[in-house]
Design a protein around this ligand. Structure first.
Ligand code: GN1
Ligand code: MG
Length: 362
């Protein structure tokens, strides 16, 4: 059920103990999976973020609440000053409200004077945002990783993602396969990244940690006045992962000038200073924890995430758009093309960017 239904909003707010009193409920953010709303108070500052968890993707939403609880307890004890975006509890003390008709809901405080950006950030914003993502992993270092649940199985497993991609090529309608032909061929040609992934995952020095796993630039809140990153949000994929997945997704989304669904290669320029500052920001927190192997994969992590995201969008296109929200017929294909152009532009600058990483590490 949609929240646009007045009674639904009232029921939800009753369960979370929010007094509806001159509030507007407005669609919020640009997430591709869950539905998010800002509950904006017209008179005071009693603002909330309401999020309906997509239970087709998150088949066990209680695992999100569970992992977030483990993390928040650790942070409360070991890093009491750290701002972790914990959800509001229901009046009966639950982290999640689940209802047959309304679905699964989480509620978060809205941070006043905060803003997030969907694309192109400045080098300084990149530093600050990457530092926040790094700080989350660093502050969670030492926690017992084995206690955390796998919220979505094989989420960043490129081998499995590639297998699903090839299956989708084989089962797609001839029409979709033909429209996507050149993009498919591109990603098949770059499949060496999948082999590189497999080797990296065999290296015991590429550690498993608690990672965010969706470190898109729009998952960081900035202070509107100071432009400093305040905290990271969207912790629904907080689970065991590799630090490189977080770094790679930052590279993928921070350095590109084009929107994630812009298929025009002419719009796809990459910002080298943003790259350098993001690596600096992330290293400012993570460097002491990183192994030699992990440091050697910094540039590669960007390629991996561009490749992964590209084949995920393309797989969804070939499967008739069943996963990501779309608003036009070739939306997922356009997204895949965007990742393709980004990967090409990024790969072309391997030497220069590897040098930049070397410099930061000095
Ligand atoms: C999805 O819902 P959103 O926008 O936070 C996806 C990410 C992708 C991203 C691409 C659970 O994130 O993995 O990187 O779209 N989340 C899930 O924009 O699949
Ligand atoms: Mg997300």
């Amino acid at each position: 059920m949609s929240i646009d239904h007045k009674g639904a909003l009232q029921t939800l707010c009753d369960h979370f103990g929010i007094a509806l009193n001159g509030h507007d409920c407005i669609p919020f953010g640009s997430g591709l999976i869950n539905r998010t709303y800002l509950l904006k108070d017209r008179n005071h500052h009693d603002d909330w973020i309401l999020q309906q968890v997509n239970t087709t993707v998150f088949t066990r939403p209680e695992l999100i609440a569970y992992n977030n609880y483990l993390a928040s307890e650790h942070l409360r004890v070991h890093h009491p000053d750290y701002l972790f975006m914990s959800g509001k509890r229901t009046t009966t003390g639950k982290d999640l409200f689940i209802d047959n008709e309304l679905g699964a809901w989480r509620v978060f405080p809205f941070i006043q004077n905060s803003i997030s950006y969907d694309g192109a950030v400045t080098p300084d914003q990149a530093f600050s945002a990457a530092q926040q993502f790094g700080r989350l992993s660093r502050n969670l270092d030492g926690i017992y990783v084995g206690a955390f649940k796998t919220i979505i199985v094989d989420f960043h497993d490129l081998g499995k993602r590639y297998a699903r991609f090839t299956e989708a090529i084989n089962t797609a309608t001839p029409e979709r396969r033909s429209i996507a032909d050149s993009t498919i061929r591109y990603f098949v040609k770059y499949a060496h990244i999948v082999e590189e992934f497999k080797s990296a995952m065999l290296d015991p020095d590429v550690h498993t940690r608690i990672t965010h796993n969706d470190t898109k630039v729009n998952n960081v809140l900035f202070d509107k006045d100071t432009n400093e990153a305040i905290c990271v949000v969207d912790l629904d994929t907080l689970m065991p992962g590799k630090a490189l997945f977080d770094l790679g997704d930052m590279i993928r989304t921070f350095i590109s000038s084009a929107a994630e669904d812009d298929p025009d290669p002419a719009h796809c320029s990459i910002n080298a200073d943003v790259f350098t500052r993001l690596v600096e920001g992330w290293f400012s927190e993570m460097a002491p924890l990183l192994s030699f192997s992990e440091k050697a994969l910094v540039f590669w992590s960007g390629q991996m995430l561009m490749y992964e995201q590209g084949i995920r969008f393309l797989t969804d296109f070939l499967q008739n758009d069943i996963y990501y929200k779309t608003t036009r017929p070739e939306h997922n294909l356009d997204r895949a093309k965007n990742q393709m152009h980004l990967l090409t532009a990024y790969t072309a600058r391997r030497e220069e960017f590897t040098d930049r990483v070397r410099h930061v590490l000095k």
